[in-house]
Design a protein around this ligand. Structure first.
Ligand SMILES: NC(=O)c1ccc[n+]([C@@H]2O[C@H](COP(=O)([O-])OP(=O)(O)OC[C@H]3O[C@@H](n4cnc5c(N)ncnc54)[C@H](OP(=O)(O)O)[C@@H]3O)[C@@H](O)[C@H]2O)c1
Length: 309
């Protein structure tokens, strides 16, 4: 991991037990698995209001504290449904956290709307929902001392420049690595762009480093020998999702990050510098081509079949 610390942002670490989370109203897009799930459980047990969006709810023991909204966010149509859904209280949110993700598989996978699947799930879903809801985010929140906050998990600050001209991995020879690093660069650009685009919210990037979760299953297989060995090694070498989540919960309410939009945070919670090379022009290119890709996917949607056909 090659990120550099950003000395201009520091924060005083408080013990999580000494923090009041009861005023928080949080939605976690991708809160049904891995890191998002660990954050969701931590916050819900500390009396925050929590809504999670994902495919499969696994927290029945906290079903009275966590609201689950089911969606397949590989589809633009589903992302649009979620960004307009009354089930997620966007206007009341204090925090919106994006942790949806997969890793591109060895063979290119395409959605029914013609999108490369990793780009669709790990980046475009965030681009669509974030941009659709940003203007109304937190406008009706109860405590208005702080700006509403958006956190985008990825791998920022690590030097990935991506290729904005091949967002759908269909222009050049396909490689899982190039495709996934393109989602990494795009997510970092989403944060850098939001810093200037939205002054009504603070947007941050999160780099969790390596953590044992389900994220590698699309690449290595969900129950393969190599997948199990890889996760076993990771579990012994790196922090757990639960340890990381505890730290993130204390970060997202820390007053020192107020109005520090555009900051990225490392696996230890240190502020880190953005990737050199993700210039304004590159960020703009990513945003322009993201919009074009969303339009293309919308055109590819199969028209609804009439009932008398
Ligand atoms: N873990 C790491 O080593 C690592 C390293 C660097 C960066 N990150 C970043 O951290 C973030 C979280 O990753 P993670 O490790 O927590 O991954 P994870 O355990 O695989 O969780 C991913 C989340 O995305 C959801 N998701 C996947 N496909 C979806 C779909 N089609 N529709 C709706 N939701 C979908 C999953 O929902 P279901 O479980 O309900 O399917 C789950 O809630 C990602 O941005 C990832 O890039 C992770």
């Amino acid at each position: 991991m090659f990120w550099k610390k950003d000395p201009s942002v520091t924060w005083e670490r408080k013990h999580i037990n000494n923090i009041d989370f009861s005023y928080l109203n949080v939605a976690i897009i991708g809160g049904t698995g891995g890191i998002g799930r660990a954050i969701s459980r931590e916050l819900a047990q500390r009396d925050a209001k929590v809504t999670v969006v994902g495919q499969t709810f696994k927290d029945e023991d906290l079903a009275d504290k966590i609201k689950f909204v089911k969606a397949d966010l590989s589809l633009v149509s589903e992302c649009k449904r979620i960004s307009h859904s009354d089930e997620i209280p966007y206007e009341k949110l204090t925090h919106l956290i994006f942790t949806t993700g997969i890793i591109a598989s060895r063979q290119r996978q395409a959605t029914s709307e013609g999108l490369e699947k990793d780009m669709a799930v790990s980046y475009l879903s965030r681009y669509i929902i974030f941009h659709d809801v940003a203007k109304r985010l937190g406008t009706n929140r109860t405590k208005k001392d702080d700006l509403p906050k958006v956190f985008i998990a990825g791998f920022p600050g690590n030097g990935q420049l991506g290729d904005p001209d091949d967002l759908n991995s269909d222009e050049k020879n396909y490689s899982a690595y190039a495709t996934h690093t393109n989602t990494v660069a795009a997510n970092e650009c989403l944060v850098l762009d939001a810093k200037d685009r939205y002054t009504n919210i603070d947007t941050f990037g999160l780099n969790p480093g390596i953590i044992k979760t389900n994220i590698r299953s699309n690449l290595l297989g969900s129950n393969t020998y190599i997948g199990r060995i890889a996760e076993w090694i990771i579990s012994w070498t790196f922090q757990s999702a639960e340890t990381y989540a505890k730290m993130i919960c204390t970060l997202i309410v820390n007053p020192a990050i107020e109005s520090r939009s555009g900051t990225m945070f490392s696996n230890k919670g240190d502020a880190i510098l953005p990737t050199p090379g993700l210039t304004k022009n590159v960020v703009e290119k990513f945003m322009e081509n993201s919009e074009l890709l969303v339009e293309k996917a919308l055109q590819n949607q199969s028209p609804p079949t009439s009932s008398n056909e």
